[in-house]
Design a protein around this ligand. Structure first.
Ligand SMILES: Cc1cc2nc3c(=O)[nH]c(=O)nc-3n(C[C@H](O)[C@H](O)[C@H](O)COP(=O)(O)O)c2cc1C
Length: 351
């Protein structure tokens, strides 16, 4: 159900709790060319809809759009209370957002205890009621983001079909189960099966680490589009590089200098908008990911992360990355990305 100017995404920044706040969404939206390329939709972290009636305040951060008009905003809600999920949808449709998404993937014990996130896949009757109510008040785009299952993935096709029958406009699938958390590998074969069975567009998510991964992901799954999360923290230029590849060009090289300059922008914004302390926490989390772009020992990681100011963390990070760059060349230049893990034996598809 597309409204004018809103389209089913092709390239999405994944929702990540504690990460995809308005500052981060804006930052990822700014490309190498300072224009939105490669990325067309950013997602908020989930907004939990509880047993209390939702009010405008809970969406204060979620409804902040990136400045670029061309980038769509998807707001994710997580909850199982039928009326409150409808109320949340009613509040959101009055805002300047493009897509409302329901979280069917959160694997945390807290979500599982509350029967929300991926756990909702085990209660399809409630899920159907929630989605039907939401659909009845959302004239625009409604999507769902699901895991392959909780303890097994055998029902993934059936469940995906039910979601389609409830009237969602597109489905994002992260083909891991709750019990996998983020271990093993995303089994793209499951995504391919889902995309084959459904008539609505399917977006592939999970383990798109390098630009070349995305090409293969789209090729293997036949999906309409892709969504990347953690890889945006290790290399914020990722979407631009995918875009290069999709246009048939060689991805541009990312130097350590480019990476650090870009990261510096983000951290300064966190210092200005929140505090040095908060920015330090964010820098350490993202720094961990950035260090996976080069060989990094535990000691090297510790020496970067033990520092107690953003300046010092930057300094250590710069020293470490620069030494590695001298030996290896630009970030990911050598990443052939042929090392995808084999799916775990618990996956149910036989090939
Ligand atoms: C720190 C973190 C927070 C996340 N928070 C959410 C969330 O709020 N909603 C959601 O649907 N998925 C969430 N996810 C899952 C991601 O959206 C995505 O499905 C997962 O990371 C796999 O994609 P990737 O390999 O591209 O990172 C989170 C993942 C991470 C690492």
């Amino acid at each position: 159900m597309e409204l004018p100017n809103v389209h089913v995404p092709k390239a999405m920044l994944a929702p990540m709790e504690g990460v995809t706040n308005p500052v981060y969404r804006q930052w990822v939206s700014e490309s190498l060319d300072c224009a939105p390329v490669g990325l067309d939709t950013v997602c908020t972290e989930f907004v939990r809809i509880t047993k209390h009636t939702p009010n405008e305040k809970v969406f204060r951060e979620a409804i902040q759009r990136p400045k670029h008009q061309d980038i769509q905003l998807s707001v994710q809600v997580m909850g199982k209370h039928i009326e409150h999920m409808r109320d949340a949808a009613e509040l959101l449709v009055q805002k300047d957002i493009d897509i409302i998404d329901i979280n069917l993937g959160c694997p945390t014990p807290r979500a599982a205890r509350g029967g929300v996130g991926a756990q909702m896949l085990e209660d399809m009757d409630t899920l159907k009621k929630v989605l039907t109510e939401m659909r009845s008040v959302i004239p625009g785009m409604l999507s769902a983001k699901m895991r392959a299952g909780v303890t097994e993935s055998a029902l993934v096709l059936e469940r995906a079909q039910i979601l389609e029958d409830c009237g969602i406009d597109f489905l994002v699938i992260h083909p891991r189960r709750t019990i996998d958390a983020y271990t093993g590998c995303a089994d793209w074969r499951i995504t391919a099966e889902v995309a084959k069975v459904l008539s609505i567009p399917v977006i592939a998510n999970g383990d798109g680490w390098y630009p070349t991964d995305v090409l293969r992901l789209l090729d293997i799954t036949g999906c309409h589009g892709y969504m990347c999360g953690r890889s945006s923290m290790r290399n914020p230029f990722l979407f631009d590089l995918f875009d290069d590849l999709l246009k048939g060009k060689s991805p541009r090289f990312v130097t350590v200098d480019m990476l650090l300059t870009r990261l510096h922008v983000l951290i300064l914004r966190y210092i200005e908008s929140v505090s040095e302390r908060y920015a330090l926490g964010r820098l350490k989390e993202i720094g961990r990911w950035v260090m996976t772009t080069v060989p990094t020992s535990k000691e090297q990681k510790r020496s970067v992360l033990q520092e107690q100011t953003t300046d010092l963390v930057f300094q250590r990070l710069a020293e470490h990355l620069t030494i590695q760059e001298k030996q290896l060349g630009p970030i990911d230049a050598q990443a052939a990305s042929t090392h995808r893990l084999m799916p775990t034996p618990t996956m149910f598809f036989e090939f």
